[in-house]
Design a protein around this ligand. Structure first.
Ligand code: SF4
Length: 134
């Protein structure tokens, strides 16, 4: 079982709805936890375009992630955290400027099969890391 938290950095909620729909129909062995519990997550999914409003909180989260002993798999979900999308002018994206991103999932929002594939890839990556650290 893996724990997954979604960090919304200023999304329209479209990505979150798609993630929730995938998790509700696919039995992947993933438990969705609240963003407040992100430090206990194995997989961190970032959504949204990293708005100025969220920037300080976002930096704090990245700082905490840096300190985590067992690094979570980081997913940039949707085109917003990958490029800033249509909000480029005011966005603080890309996410990989702030943290090492393991998996990117383009789309606005990404299609469910791509979300599912990204979660399966994250689980495989997690398994590899756990074996390496065992
Ligand atoms: S990628 Fe599209 S659906 Fe996802 S948060 Fe950005 S605008 Fe919304």
């Amino acid at each position: 079982m893996a724990r997954l938290a979604v960090i919304d950095t200023g999304s329209c909620s479209g990505c979150e709805m798609e993630i929730a729909s995938v998790l509700s129909v696919c039995d992947l062995g993933i438990e969705l936890v609240s963003d407040q519990e992100f430090k206990t997550a194995d997989i961190l999914v970032f959504t949204g375009t990293i708005t100025n409003n969220f920037l300080e909180e976002f930096k704090q989260i990245i700082h905490e992630v840096d300190k985590m002993k067992n690094k979570p798999v980081i997913i940039a979900m949707g085109i917003c955290p990958i490029t800033g999308n249509v909000f480029k002018e005011t966005s603080n994206a890309p996410l990989n400027k702030w943290v090492a991103v393991d998996i990117t999932v383009p789309g606005c929002p990404p299609k469910p099969p791509f979300i599912r594939a990204s979660l399966e890839k994250a689980l495989n990556l997690l398994q590899t890391r756990r074996k390496r650290n065992a």
